[in-house]
Design a protein around this ligand. Structure first.
Ligand code: 15L
Length: 270
């Protein structure tokens, strides 16, 4: 099995727990870490250790001898720049330094908020311009640029999963376009671990939703074949939106959060 020994950061979070169980069940040797305790019993064979990725030495120690780092340990929402900088900027650096030292591959939880200010009416591929919708989105763009540099300069491979809304089932109109089911999250992560030549890629992380905002240039190449479609929940979701800014852009409420323009920007902003 390729990339068998894994460091998983953020293992105690909702997606981290899904991945801890799924990867352990498939025979990966998972070193699960987080800065908070793992809730509930650990899957058989999984070792858990406390790790704050803002701690350089701790991250280097935790990654000794691993084949891949599945990096989900970050601030997942918009907060102050200082809070985001610790986990998401410093943490990303430490993870990539550890990957470089171990010749390990990085599977990095990036986000739809790298392109949040893209109009919902647009369908884009992964080469569309970055349009982050806050410091959180900027931090994920930073992770992607770090991955780009680390591959070009040091040959460290990475996939940056631009995850939409990864929840058990879609709840809003926006989710219909951005939903990533848990089984598809697992498929996407496995594809990135198993594909022989990953290189550097920023990859959409959604299911095969009928109403997707995105089409992917990379899914076929890495062997990701999503199986779920949010459409089967369409009659159950809340179709109201939370205001003109959130409604207009793919990032939704993250775009409206702290927005200080007097009205929505012109449609033809370059
Ligand atoms: C994200 O990147 C967040 O981490 C998550 O909490 C959700 O807000 C998600 O995006 C989303 O946009 O729904």
């Amino acid at each position: 099995m390729a990339h068998k020994t894994l460091l998983l950061t953020g293992a105690a979070g909702a997606l981290g727990r899904v991945l801890t169980e799924a990867l352990a069940a498939r025979g990966y040797n998972v070193r699960a870490t987080d800065r908070t305790a793992y809730p509930g019993p650990l899957p058989a064979g999984v070792r858990f250790a406390h790790l704050d990725v803002a701690d350089y030495a701790g991250t280097m120690r935790a990654a000794e001898g691993v084949d891949a780092i599945v990096h989900f340990g970050a601030v997942p929402v918009e907060l102050s720049f200082e809070e985001i900088a610790q986990a998401n900027l410093r943490g990303a650096n430490h993870v990539f330094e550890a990957a470089k030292a171990n010749r390990a591959r990085v599977i990095f939880a990036s986000s739809n908020h790298t392109v949040g200010f893209t109009e919902r009416a647009q369908t884009i591929d992964e080469d569309a311009p970055l349009r982050p919708d806050g410091y959180y989105g900027v931090s994920k763009c930073y992770g992607e640029m770090l991955g780009r540099m680390m591959f070009d300069k040091h040959g460290v491979e990475s996939a940056h999963l631009r995850i939409g809304s990864c929840i058990p089932k879609p709840l809003t109109k926006r989710h219909l376009s951005l939903w990533l089911s848990y089984p598809d999250l697992i498929r996407l992560t496995l594809a990135c671990l198993q594909t022989p030549d990953l290189g550097f890629r920023a990859v959409w992380g959604i299911s095969k939703n009928t109403r997707a905002f995105w089409r992917s240039k990379h899914w076929a190449a890495i062997g990701y074949a999503p199986e779920d479609d949010s459409e089967k929940f369409a009659s159950e979701v809340d179709m109201t939106d939370t205001g003109p800014v959130a409604e207009r852009f793919q990032g939704g409420d993250f775009c409206a959060n702290g927005y200080t323009r007097s009205g929505p920007g012109p449609a033809d902003l370059p």
